[in-house]
Write a protein that binds this ligand. Structure first.
Ligand code: DUC
Ligand code: ZN
Ligand code: ZN
Length: 480
């Protein structure tokens, strides 16, 4: 029997901390050796991959994406676990964490069981679940959530907007207190529901209903207010919190303020806030619907603020928020027809496959962030924040051999026809990039090689998550 199943030779290894040239020995899906001149003796490995000239990074962890999530309004997500994880793998991602969403009135346990049925046997890469808590009843808070957190579903999202999802402040406090007791990580969608409803009513009364006005109704002030409120409620309870999909300077300032005061407040942003602006919602006819997401893309100055927050460490996580709706589809963006008001357009844009390449090209190649920070944002920090580290998110002995080999100089142009999701568009059509993932390995198995799939659907395994260390309270609160 060979000492290694696979050796990756001569690559430049990049982790969140280091950058050096070495060989990686893989056995049984794990990294078992790091060194120089591994596998020189004949027969030491079944397979040798020459990574000369390539960068070898931990496979990406996309900690915020939506796959086959049931929606109450008739809209249907285009990607399930098969097409979504296929697309993610082609883009260099080896773990995804989508959402098992509780419908109001539904038990959380039932939502998780349903989501297992939807994912079983379909994924190309590994996956864990966040939960979405919309109905924090006493049973949910006292029984279901504590049990689920202990079983490996250790993070969940709450919403401050959307009528069918939002919690009021008292409910948020109850949920935060439970997270503190049980060690769960809370993610917050921070937009003020009443501000959005007020502006929507005003705009619609004036006939301003095209997709562009989605961005007006979802004001950055509404995002700032909800971000500040979520942080204040978390401070009251003394529990860490992660603000997801932050779009611009107003919310960033709140997070920076909290971090400056020593609070454990984390932030996530996404490619759309680097690449798109409100003008992308202001295209001819219904075209702008392709970029309707919440919070919406803002302006160039906001993009710059998001870059600065990525560079300076205000953000820990860079996710896609892949929320896949087909454009030309009555179950997608055209659910209520092309002349429907913006408020009836399904929210979300696709991005699982393009997330890493965009940050690599725009961030690393253009020298806004260094490669180690790229790894931290896209793999190591999400692994730590969601309880998957060190099994996932790094290159270390004993870690899963989840690795992406990058050609840092390859030039590509994003074309939807070349992507592997089931959505009929990408908001980044025609964007030119430098740097390309050429080989993705999940637990040592090559899954995607130059756009071809080399592992079966079903290779991906469900992962349970530990209670994350970053979810531990500071220990300031009394009486909880
Ligand atoms: N929130 C998300 O997290 N994703 C898509 C749309 C939304 O509002
Ligand atoms: Zn959200
Ligand atoms: Zn989302």
């Amino acid at each position: 029997m060979s000492r290694f199943d696979t050796i990756i030779k001569n690559g430049q290894l990049i982790t969140a901390a280091d950058r050096y040239t070495a060989d990686i020995g893989i056995k049984g899906g794990r990294i078992v050796a790091l060194g120089q001149a591994l596998g020189e003796a004949l027969g030491e490995a079944d397979e040798v991959i020459d990574a000369q000239g390539l960068w070898v990074m931990p496979g990406g962890i996309d900690a915020h994406c939506h796959l086959d999530q049931p929606l109450g309004d008739g809209a249907v997500m285009a990607d399930d676990f098969l097409t979504g994880t296929r697309s993610a793998a082609a883009g260099g991602t080896t773990t995804v964490i989508p959402f098992a969403a509780q419908q109001k009135g539904q038990s959380l346990r039932a939502a998780v069981e349903d989501y297992h049925r939807r994912s079983d046997g379909k994924a190309f890469i590994d996956y864990a679940f966040h939960m979405i808590v919309t109905d924090p009843t006493e049973t949910v808070l006292k029984e279901e959530l504590p049990a689920l957190i202990n079983e490996g579903y250790s993070s969940f999202k709450i919403y401050l907007t959307y009528d069918d999802l939002k919690l009021n402040d008292r409910e948020v406090l109850n949920v935060l207190a439970m997270a503190r007791r049980e060690g769960g990580m809370v993610m917050v969608h921070a937009e003020n529901a009443d501000c959005i409803a007020y502006l929507t009513e005003l705009l619609e009364a004036q006939g301003q209903t095209s997709p562009y006005y989605h961005g007006v109704a979802h004001s950055a002030i509404a995002e700032r207010e909800a971000t500040h409120r979520a942080i204040s409620l978390a401070e009251l309870i003394d529990v860490p919190l992660l603000i997801v999909h932050v779009s611009g300077p107003e919310a960033i300032e709140q997070i920076r303020w909290a971090q400056g005061r020593g609070l454990r407040v984390y932030g996530e942003t996404c490619p759309q806030y680097l690449m798109l602006t409100a003008s992308d919602l202001d295209k001819e006819g219904f075209e702008g619907a392709k970029c309707v997401c919440s919070p919406p893309p803002r302006d160039k100055a906001a993009q710059e603020a998001v870059w600065q927050a990525l560079e300076s460490g205000v953000f820990q996580v860079f996710s896609s928020d892949h929320a896949p709706f087909r454009f030309d589809d009555p179950q997608g963006k055209k659910l209520h027809g092309e002349s429907a008001s913006f408020e009836h357009i399904p929210n979300g844009i696709p991005g699982l496959e393009t997330r890493l390449s965009i940050l690599f090209s725009e961030g690393v190649v253009k020298e806004r962030i260094d490669p180690t920070r790229f790894v931290a944002l896209t793999a190591t920090n999400p692994a730590k924040i969601y309880g998957l580290y060190p099994q996932k998110g790094t290159i270390a002995i004993g870690s899963d051999a989840d690795l992406t080999l990058w050609d840092p100089a390859a030039r590509t142009t994003i074309r939807n026809a070349d992507l592997h999701h089931a959505v009929d568009y990408t908001p980044y059509e025609g964007v030119e990039l430098t740097g390309k993932p050429v080989l993705t390995l999940c637990r040592g198995q090559a899954v995607s090689r130059d756009g071809a799939f080399t592992a079966p659907a079903g290779h991906g395994r469900f992962l349970t998550c530990d209670k994350p260390t970053p979810a531990r309270p500071r220990g300031q609160a009394k009486g909880f």
